[in-house]
Design a binder for this molecule. Sequence first.
Ligand code: ADP
Length: 356
Amino acid sequence: MNWFGKGEIERLRRELGREVAARQTAEKHAAQLSSGLDAVPAGLVLVDADGKLLLRNGAASLGGHADVLLEEAVEHLLAAARNGETAEKRLTLFGPPQQVLLVRGLPLAGGGALVVIDDLTDRARVDAVRTDFVSNISHELKTPVGALAVLAEALADSDDLEINRHLAKKMMEEAHRASGTIDDLLELSRIELDGRGVREEVSLSSVLGEAVGRHRLRAETLGVQLCIGAVEPDSLEADGLQLISAVSNLVDNAVKYSDVGSKVRITSSVVGGFAEIQVADQGIGIPARDVDRIFERFYRVDRARSRETGGTGLGLAIVRHVASNHGGEVDVVSHEGEGSTFTLRIPLAVEIPVGS
Ligand code: ADP
């Protein structure tokens, strides 16, 4: 017995075909949505009014031990959001890797709830560096300014010409110290702001000559011999002022941390697509445990010696910044009591460093 006519069967078949096609399209869209949400950097967890999980993207799972803490926060905030409460929780996971997360629960219109997980690790790191930097600057400037106040007080109370001369000399030293720190801070911030800076054909002998020239007098006074050896290449594409600043800081250190009668040699050569500028001294050297840290702002191996020699603790931070602005690098080989050789590598082919 046939209940359906031929036309009816055809109609049902077309309807079924449309339904299958609609379902396939819906499945395709769901897959696209899910992979799209997996590409979102924020973690997302969505539940319906009964608390049934509708969606959880890739960034909402951390894996390992961290997941347990995150899960607790997510459950708590989803439950609150299903009751109409908007709330948030900042989680610090000590890792490794250390992470700072902001987890927010949001009630959705028509029931259901959404939890959004934002990774604040990078922002927290930048904030910490900034806070550290500001407190370092305050400390660095407070010391000479405090000394100036004390010296000025003593000067105001004294009638003795000899003592007054001595106090005035000390005041000048402290004022120079403060202005040295301010100059270096301005230089560092100029180089940071300039970023990649200009690119011009610069003569390397002029750069080295200018950088060395700034320290000749001081070197002579301290009995340190400065000499420029072979210089290659003749020229390169770089920001001339930034390069002079970097080399000048290296030469300044080489002179400062050398003893009477020693030599500082400045050379440059072409090695594997880079101009390698080397500043080698026969000075006090750097202990192995400090080598990795000396390029940090305000880091000094020996605070007392750096203070004596008028160091600001910013010179090598400037050098490292100039190197990275050029897509290059700086490193050091050093032996305590024997000397240090700093190498600044600047690519010969112009490169645009990431983030400039
Ligand atoms: P500073 O102004 O104190 O010299 P820098 O940033 O230029 O600051 O250098 C950081 C620290 O690295 C210095 O305080 C010093 O301890 C060490 N240093 C740098 N250059 C040399 C060098 N050529 N020889 C020995 N120690 C050095």
